[in-house]
Design a protein around this ligand. Structure first.
Ligand code: GTP
Ligand code: MG
Length: 442
């Protein structure tokens, strides 16, 4: 497959100032030269102004042609970029001409896939390319950039190196005559595995912020009728989205608004006030409110300070974990003990900033600068969890002479699980490295 030369229109569909066609593969330069009717080779990374011709010798379009040789290209193989006019008609004609000259249409993500296959980037960086493009907030895009820079890959590689080394050490025990491995040796090894692997991996797994940045979070606003749930949705989103009246039971259906909390994309769900009612429409609303709360990542329970009967979430949500309780309409009272609640007035926006900060914390917010190597997808999380399980299984057996092989096996499995994050699937590699470590000094 890699011997094919692929082509694609790289800019989005539709009209634009500039449209780019990308060609990658061994024939890239030859095909582009035919397209340009050019005899001389291209100068690498030089902007050649060129006309591009059809099979009749008529000009299709003209613009900039840039050739990147394989050593200095995105894909790791010869690549040509045509910067044409952003006309869908001309771009399609140019693209078809590259196919007629020997290109195959690229599959989705194939340029980046080739970059991985040629070792230009690891799999986590390839994922970061997609994440960066798909990011819904600037903060998410910046996090993707860090992953693209290789922050996660470097961290994972470090874990893998540590594992290779501890496997080598534990296997060294096999060469000692029975009962002669000093206990201190095992203590040191255990200590090392715990501080270099278990603790940092657990720390990485503890934060859900990475996934939240890309997958977003759902926050449900619940409470009794008339406490100010819809007012809160409007205040938080800065839009007059939900109907607000002084009639209890105003909101019937659930209503959703998308907004950002510290760069985390949040879907805010306003719900019907919870109460027993004979009204069938409202009954359905109450049902939906409960199910919205059950599926939300975070529930905000709103109470009305002027009506203490609205302060207890238990009758409705006894079984759910309510992390965040706010006491609304604080503009109505002078002093009142509201322990356990955040004070709020949606009327004069008092307490709104504090609420947003607390929401962010509940959603796992941390300082991004400290968390460059954050877990950003379910795939990473699953691989890290699997590796941690293997590491701990190995630790549980460490120190028992008859289980040295099994400990090493668990840690090799941990290595492979981590390798999946980077797109490394070759278990043989670890063996090679283990043996190379052994040869030195032994
Ligand atoms: N004084 C005061 N009134 C408020 C405040 N927030 C909301 N209200 C009033 O409380 C009433 C109910 O507000 P809504 O936002 O509709 O309440 P809700 O919880 O969505 O009510 P339902 O949809 O019926 O469950 C309206 O008359 C609002 O103007 C506040 O902070 N202070
Ligand atoms: Mg409402």
């Amino acid at each position: 497959m890699l011997t094919d030369t692929i082509a694609a229109i790289a800019t989005p569909q539709g009209r634009g100032g500039i449209g780019i066609i990308r060609i990658s593969g061994p024939q890239a330069s030859d095909i582009a030269r035919k397209l340009c009717q050019r005899d001389k080779p291209f100068t690498p990374r030089y902007a050649h102004f060129q006309h591009w011709y059809d099979d009749q010798g008529d000009t299709i379009d003209h613009g900039i042609t840039i050739f990147f040789d394989g050593k200095q290209s995105y894909t790791g193989e010869d690549t040509v970029e045509l910067q044409a006019h952003g006309s869908p008609m001309l771009l399609q004609a140019l693209f078809e001409r590259t196919l007629a000259l020997g290109c195959r249409p690229a599959e989705a993500g194939e340029f980046t896939r080739r970059a991985v296959e040629h070792g230009k980037i690891d799999l986590s960086q390839a994922e970061a390319v997609a994440a960066c493009i798909d990011a819904a907030t600037l903060r998410a895009a910046k996090q993707a950039q860090k992953q693209l820079d290789g922050a996660l890959g470097r961290r994972i590689s470090q874990y893998m190196e540590d594992l290779t080394s501890v496997v080598a050490h534990v296997e060294a025990c096999l060469d000692f005559p029975e009962d002669e491995v000093p206990a201190l040796f095992y203590d040191q090894l255990r200590n090392r595995v715990e501080t270099e692997l278990v603790a940092p991996i657990q720390h990485q797994l503890n934060s859900k912020l990475g996934e939240r940045l890309f997958e977003g979070a759902t926050v449900a606003i619940v409470g009794e009728p008339n406490v100010g749930k819809s007012s809160l949705l409007n205040a938080l989103s800065g839009r007059d989205r939900a109907i607000v009246t002084d009639i209890a039971g105003t909101t019937r259906d659930t209503l959703e608004v998308d907004f950002e909390v510290h760069g985390i994309p949040v879907r805010l769900v306003d719900t019907a006030g919870l109460r027993n009612t004979d009204d069938v429409v409202e009954q359905e609303g109450v049902k939906r409110a409960k199910s919205a709360a059950e599926t939300a990542d975070l529930i905000i329970f709103v109470a009305d300070v002027t009506r203490p009967e609205t302060w207890n979430p238990d009758p409705h949500f006894g079984e759910l974990n309510i992390q965040l309780k706010v006491m609304n309409k604080m503009d109505q009272v002078d002093q009142v003990n509201i322990k356990g609640f955040l004070p709020l007035s949606t009327k004069n926006h008092q307490g709104l900033d504090a609420l947003v900060n607390t929401m962010a914390q509940c959603l796992g917010d941390v300082n991004l600068a400290d968390e460059a190597a954050m877990v950003t997808s379910a795939r990473h999380r699953a691989a890290l969890e699997a590796s941690l399980t293997h590491i701990q299984a190995g630790l549980a057996m460490l120190g028992r002479e008859d289980m040295i092989d099994l400990t090493a096996m668990e840690w090799r499995s941990a290595w492979s699980a981590l390798g999946e994050i980077l797109g490394i699937g070759d278990v043989e590699l670890i063996l090679d490295r283990v043996f190379s470590e052994f040869c030195i000094g032994k």
